[in-house]
Structures are given as structure tokens and as C-alpha cells.
Write a protein that binds this ligand. Structure first.
Ligand SMILES: [Zn+2]
Length: 236
């Protein structure tokens, strides 16, 4: 059994997610990883925690200026022990803190096998009759699951960055909005009909504080997606 499937690991992760700023639950998880023989994974957590602690000490001026050999060494050790997985996942203090993905990957969207119809049309020329059958990928639902709801329970994610959407600024100096368009597309300035039912997009009814900068817009979307993912039921 993979360590990530063990009940104890799930408890350890839940403790880390409950106290994301605290190193202690992470170091407890590292000790447990040692006990099941996952030495590299354990050491990676310790080194990355040490790295962040080292940087914090440096900020408060307790180190002299000059080449930071300790930091360089920690970064190099961490790189060697980096867990396998998507290189776009950003690890901090031993766990994924940021994920980069497309919106459909995060939230789910139309099934990529059947395009959302739930039906596969068999139009092979040698078939006696054209026929259609239920799509086996999505079992006829037409949708695919997003990774968001499970991922926020598997890692202490603090940030979701969506790679195929961009915020839109209608006038030169803001405020910024999100619209449900593709990257590079002409912004849809009448987006109501395009709002997905999950309503993660920043709404335009001015009920929310305006987003003054692109950075604020990106953080707002990340916060909405995190809240949405955490509100979803666990699916196995
Ligand atoms: Zn399908």
C-alpha cells in the first residue's frame, strides 16, 4: 500500500491543513514517513521547513550579508529530494502550496471524450448502421471531474493559479474583472449568461469590493476557487 493511501497519512495531512502556518504537524508527518521507510520524502519536508525558517531569520537581519551558502545548500538538497509529480506544482515547507492548472482541470467541465454530450457516435464506414452509445469515460454524464475538491484535502494548498483564463480590465486603470472567456479571446462584456453555475467568477453586481489590480484579481479568483473546492463533497 502506498503511504499516501494509509489512514494515518490522511490524519497527518488533515492536521497540516488545519494549521497551515505551523511547522510542527509537518515535522510529525516527516517522523511518521521515516517509520514507514519513506526517508527521502521525510527529509524533503525537514529541509524545506528549515529553508523557510532560514529565510525568515535572514529577513530579521540575524545573518551577515554575503554569499548565503546555507541557503544554497538547502535549495540544492531540496531539489534532489523533490517528490515526483507535476513540475508546475509548487512545494513549500514540504508540501504543495500552489497549483497551476486549467479551469476545467480544477473545477471539472465537459468530458474530453464525448465533448459533453455523454454519447459516442459510431460512424465507422463499415458499420451496417450508424449507432451511438453511452460514453464510457463520463458514464453518460457529459462531464469530467475537477481535481480541485480532492486536491485541497490532499495538500495544504494556499493558492490556485488558473492558466487558461485572464482577468479583464475594462478601462485602463481598473477595476479588474473575471469573465468566463478563453485566454486571448475578446473579453465578453456581457458575461451573465456565461457565468458558470458555481459562481466562482467575480460577479459584476458590485456586491464585492472592486479589484484594483491584476494581483488582487488573481488572488480573488484563487480564494474563490479554494472556497469552492473545500465546499465540495469528497469524491473517491
Ligand atoms: Zn463523455
Amino acid at each position: 500500500m502506498k503511504y499516501t493511501d494509509r489512514p494515518r497519512w490522511k490524519d497527518l495531512i488533515a492536521a497540516i491543513i488545519a494549521a497551515p502556518a505551523d511547522d510542527l504537524p509537518r515535522l510529525v508527518a516527516a517522523d511518521w514517513l521515516d517509520s514507514v521507510g519513506e526517508y527521502g520524502r521525510a527529509e524533503f519536508i525537514r529541509i524545506q521547513c528549515e529553508l523557510v525558517a532560514h529565510e525568515a531569520t535572514k529577513k530579521t537581519g540575524q545573518h551577515h550579508n554575503g554569499p548565503d551558502r546555507a541557503r544554497k545548500s538547502l535549495v540544492e538538497q531540496a531539489a534532489l529530494l523533490m517528490p515526483a509529480g507535476s513540475p508546475k506544482d509548487t512545494y513549500r515547507r514540504g508540501f504543495v502550496c500552489e497549483v497551476h492548472c486549467k479551469l476545467d482541470e480544477c473545477m471539472g467541465g465537459p468530458c474530453s471524450s464525448c465533448g459533453g454530450s455523454g454519447i459516442i457516435h459510431n460512424d465507422m464506414h463499415y458499420a451496417k448502421h450508424y449507432s451511438s452509445e453511452t460514453c464510457i469515460t463520463c458514464k453518460g454524464t457529459g462531464g469530467q471531474r475537477g481535481i480541485g475538491p480532492n486536491f485541497v484535502r490532499e495538500q495544504p494548498i494556499e493558492r490556485i493559479t488558473i492558466t487558461d483564463r485572464e482577468p479583464y480590465v475594462p478601462v485602463r486603470f481598473g477595476p479588474w474583472y473575471w469573465y468566463n472567456g478563453q485566454l486571448g479571446e475578446t473579453p465578453n462584456i456581457h458575461p451573465q449568461s456565461d457565468l458558470p453555475p458555481e459562481l466562482v467568477w467575480w460577479d459584476r453586481n458590485y456586491a464585492s469590493p472592486p479589484l484594483e489590480t491584476r494581483k488582487q484579481a488573481e488572488s480573488a479568483l484563487s480564494d474563490r476557487l479554494l472556497a469552492w473546492a473545500k465546499s465540495q463533497p469528497v469524491r473517491r
